[in-house]
Ligand binder design. Structure first.
Ligand SMILES: Nc1ncnc2c1ncn2[C@@H]1O[C@H](COP(=O)(O)OP(=O)(O)OP(=O)(O)O)[C@@H](O)[C@H]1O
Ligand SMILES: [Mg+2]
Length: 255
């Protein structure tokens, strides 16, 4: 993203500058988290990368192609994109592949493999209403992984989950990522989660959203939560990031 700004028109008139002068480069295979106060434009940033919302100025590129709309190279995992309630787990996960013209047998075979990967092997025939929140979130992730996007755009995918399920899904996501090395943009409110998962954490400031810090997380991989909690570098990152988010004046901006 280069010089990206987003202005929304207010319904009562006037304009709201939601994001201002965002320069963000993410390398292929990198795991980058975005932290920032509510309303600073994190979701808007992901929507723009996804091609669902157009920037007001600036440009967005994936590889050497400008982003002009959604595409199979960028897989959204957004809470707003609910599962189809009338389709089973298998139907939901196979859906994107069927849409892409993959034959039913092949689509379902791939869907089954992904469902097993996210730990829902016995739930293929269940409907969303028969699943817990964490299970639905797993289905949503499998559904996006099914069409193998190079880039995952994840907007607080674990936000609504209990601590235990959240930890499990974080571990699952990390092992998937360590295997496939997809590029991940991951929005979260949890400093802890951001440090645990990421290569880099981008901190945004309050409205208009700007990037106020870009912190490299130099912790070795594969990461194990239990080990990290005792690691002084991990603790240092968490403390530093908490301070940055704490509405202090902007510091540490990368030129
Ligand atoms: N479609 C829209 N029309 C008008 N204003 C919008 C629209 N989408 C977002 N905004 C405004 O842009 C700002 C950023 O919203 P956004 O949802 O990106 O924030 P966020 O950082 O994701 O917040 P949260 O952490 O609460 O999810 C907010 O002030 C919001 O009111
Ligand atoms: Mg949001």
């Amino acid at each position: 993203m280069s010089g990206v700004s987003k202005t929304f028109r207010r319904r009562e008139g006037g304009e709201h500058l939601a994001l201002s002068a965002i320069d963000l480069a993410v390398a292929e295979g990198e795991f980058v988290s975005i932290l920032g106060p509510s309303g600073c434009g994190k979701s808007t940033l992901l929507y723009m990368l996804g091609g669902f919302v157009a920037p007001s100025s600036g440009s967005i590129r994936v590889g050497d192609r400008p982003v002009t709309g959604p595409g199979p190279d960028r897989g959204p995992v957004f809470q707003e994109f609910a599962l189809f309630p009338w389709k089973t787990v298998l139907g939901n996960v196979a859906y994107g592949l069927r849409e892409q013209g993959v034959a039913r047998v092949a689509a379902e075979a791939r869907a089954r493999a992904l469902i097993a990967q996210v730990g829902l092997k016995d739930y293929e025939t269940f409907y969303p209403k028969e699943l817990s929140g964490g299970m639905k979130q797993r289905v949503a992730i499998a559904r996006t992984l099914a069409y193998d996007p190079a880039i995952l755009l994840m907007d607080e995918p674990f936000g609504a989950l209990d601590a235990h399920t959240r930890t499990r899904l974080q571990n699952d996501l990390l092992s998937l990522w360590e295997r496939d090395r997809k590029t991940v943009l991951f929005v979260t409110h949890s400093v802890d989660e951001a440090v645990f998962l990421s290569d880099r954490v981008v901190v945004m400031s309050r409205s208009p959203g700007r990037i106020k810090a870009d912190v490299t997380i130099d912790l070795p991989r594969p990461r194990r939560r239990a080990d990290l909690l005792l690691d002084a570098r991990y603790q240092r990152h968490v403390i530093d990031l908490e301070r940055l988010i704490d509405d202090a004046p902007d510091v540490g901006v990368r030129p």
